[in-house]
Design a protein around this ligand. Structure first.
Ligand SMILES: Nc1ncnc2c1ncn2[C@@H]1O[C@H](COP(=O)(O)OP(=O)(O)OP(=O)(O)O)[C@@H](O)[C@H]1O
Ligand SMILES: [Mg+2]
Length: 322
């Protein structure tokens, strides 16, 4: 239902000339009722992807479609209508809640702006709070009177107020105490089930993504380098970067003479001066000459599982090659 095609986003370099390649051609789909996890190190473009998907920012090139409607072309009333259908949840809801408004006022304001629940706004506010596990009494509280977990619940209620189909969750629990994280994760799982929502769930934490996702996309330096079912990708990664990220040697595959034993060295390259060929090659212990010259395409190496790696692609076609 949500489709991104070849999304590119370049930002001007803050000091001097050139551009930061924040996203370099990302394509992916999010199915009805699905949770797509997006994982990768800091600076790989996860938040940029989120901002383009909800149209907080325009892509340099590429398209975003929701149920066949081109969001990148939508303007005015049509854009507002489409925006309601995809809502974003941020890491720190405090910065996006007006500190001078009571929780109830924040929620009724959203309803009013969108012309929702006319006449029954107070009741709807109560319903929204209940949906996120808060009692009606929270309507009278100010953001500073709430715990981090309660604030994130209010952030979720505010997103749900406009009856979206898709939630984009950018590190939604990373700022919370460990003890509260599981509660919010469970709330999200239940809301997806009860409301038939779809999520793009962004995190740098593989364990978190593993816990919640149906499918997983692994990002590196502005690209998706591996995407597929969570178990296939995280338990039997094909890309050396995914393998290193999971910090686990993939389960032995009897059709392979050698398991992938990848290790990552060095730092993430500067996205204003990305390396030639495969963006991962300077840090990859398996890199070969081809990797330095040619940028690998995402190829379906297993059913519903795509990988952008020359070495993995060759292993898949020549399983017995050393
Ligand atoms: N407005 C901007 N101007 C210039 N560069 C930007 C801007 N926004 C993001 N970038 C750069 O684009 C790249 C991708 O950033 P992004 O915030 O999408 O990464 P991320 O994966 O969300 O990282 P993190 O895990 O730290 O949140 C980074 O190199 C970042 O510095
Ligand atoms: Mg981010």
């Amino acid at each position: 239902m949500l489709t991104a095609t070849d999304l590119v986003k370049q930002y001007p370099v803050r000091s001097g000339e050139g551009v930061v390649h924040a996203l370099s051609g990302v394509s992916l789909t999010l199915g009805d009722g699905e949770i797509l996890g997006v994982v990768g190190e800091s600076g790989c473009g996860k938040s940029t992807l989120a901002k383009l998907l909800v149209r907080l920012e325009d892509p340099t090139s590429g398209r975003v479609e929701l149920d066949g409607v081109d969001l990148t072309a939508a303007r005015g009333a049509e854009l507002r209508r489409q925006r309601r259908r995809i809502q974003m949840i941020f890491q720190d809801p405090y910065s996006s809640l007006n500190p001078r408004l009571r929780v109830g006022q924040t929620l009724s304001e959203v309803l009013a702006v969108h012309g929702l629940a006319d006449g029954g706004r107070e009741r709807r506010v109560g319903e929204l709070l209940e949906m996120v596990g808060l009692s009606g009494g929270f309507a009278a509280r100010y953001p500073h009177e709430l715990s981090g977990g309660q604030r994130q619940r209010v952030g979720i209620a505010r997103a749900l107020a406009v009856e979206p189909k898709v939630l984009l969750l950018d590190e939604p629990v990373s700022a919370l105490d460990v003890s509260v994280r599981a509660e919010i994760m469970n709330l999200l799982v239940n809301l997806r089930r009860d409301l038939g929502l779809s999520y793009v769930f962004i995190s740098h934490d593989v364990a978190m993504v593993r816990h919640i996702s149906d499918r997983v996309a692994v990002m590196y330096l502005g690209r998706v380098v591996e995407i597929g079912g969570w178990k296939s990708v995280l338990d039997r990664p094909e890309h050396p970067y995914t393998a290193a990220l999971c910090q686990a040697v993939p389960a032995p595959d009897p059709t392979r003479s050698q398991p992938i034993e990848a290790s990552v060295t060095g730092e993430v390259p500067n996205p204003a001066a990305p390396p030639s060929g495969c963006p991962f090659h300077p840090r990859c212990s398996l890199a070969e000459d081809e990797c330095r010259r040619l940028d690998p395409a995402l190829l379906p190496l297993r059913p519903a599982h795509e990988v952008a790696c020359h070495v993995a692609a060759r292993r898949a076609t020549e399983p017995s090659a050393a």
